[in-house]
Design a protein around this ligand. Structure first.
Ligand code: BTN
Length: 260
């Protein structure tokens, strides 16, 4: 292991959390932290266990996309066992945790593209993938996967060169991925523990959305919806108003933003 690997392996040292990150399993290389986390969950991992990869060779994104995960970026998955009533809040917990940790460490001001892409200056810096297993109405486990581009150079990758960015590029210097991860875990626990209480998470998430008021194209399954993103409800669903005045409520999809 080199020094970066060792510092990541020690990420849990003195982490001021109760359960998130108390157990950290670090792999220098992995196909995907999602699969490793699922295996751990099936073997009874404690809640808050984190799987971190120095590099992923088969990182995956939403909608069956690939996720580029070379060394020096953040790639991790967190195992949780929430009540089913909290499931829709987890998108908010995860995206706000990323936003807050980036803000704390760099002072940059990220925004959220519905439902949970993190943008800086309009380009994607982080993506979140949430997978779960349910038995009837009981949650067996939830895995929150988070990828953050820290020192990725989007220009090196044709597919994302015009849509992605990285913390180093936006900050104009080296951002410590160790600091980002530690802050992220602290925020995840804080927001997760308060997610069932009141509306403050929903309000903060809504206020951080770059999507509201924008003309959007939303790919959801095989259809593309077009209209103005009007509002989001407390469960995270997006209401889109079409040119004919009718509205559609969308619970999942991939948004293309176009300014009004
Ligand atoms: C997206 O924007 O489509 C979601 C990207 C999620 C990427 C993270 S990196 C850690 C975890 N492991 C994966 O294979 N995917 C998630």
């Amino acid at each position: 292991m080199n020094s970066e690997d060792l510092s990541l392996a020690n990420i849990a040292d003195n982490l001021p959390t109760k359960f998130v990150g108390k157990e950290v399993i670090y792999y220098p290389h992995l196909p995907s932290t999602m699969d490793a986390a699922r295996q751990e969950a099936h073997q009874g991992a404690t809640e808050g266990t984190v799987i971190i990869a120095g590099e992923q060779t088969q990182g995956r994104g939403r909608l069956k996309r690939n996720w580029l995960s070379p060394r020096g970026n953040v790639a991790l998955s967190i195992i949780l066992y929430p009540d089913i009533s909290l499931m829709s809040r987890l998108i908010m917990v995860a995206s706000l945790s990323v936003v807050r940790s980036i803000e704390t460490v760099t002072g940059l001001k990220p925004q959220i593209k519905w439902p949970n892409d993190i943008l800086i200056n309009g380009n994607k810096v982080s993506g979140i993938l949430i997978e779960n297993e349910l038995k009837g109405s009981a949650v067996v486990y939830v895995i929150i996967g988070i990828g953050i581009n820290v020192n990725l150079r989007p220009d090196d990758y044709a597919d994302i060169s015009t849509t992605a960015t990285s913390l180093n590029d936006e900050y104009g210097g080296n951002v410590s991925h160790l600091d980002i991860i530690r802050n992220l875990l602290i925020e995840i626990e804080r927001l997760y523990l308060t997610s069932s209480i009141g509306d403050s998470i929903y309000t903060e998430w809504r206020d951080r959305l770059a999507t509201l008021g924008k003309h959007v194209y939303i790919r959801s399954g095989d259809t593309v919806l077009e209209g103005v993103a009007e509002s989001v409800d407390r469960n995270g669903a997006l209401r889109v108003r079409h040119a004919d005045g009718k509205t559609t409520v969308v619970v999942a999809g991939d948004v293309n933003l176009r300014d009004k």
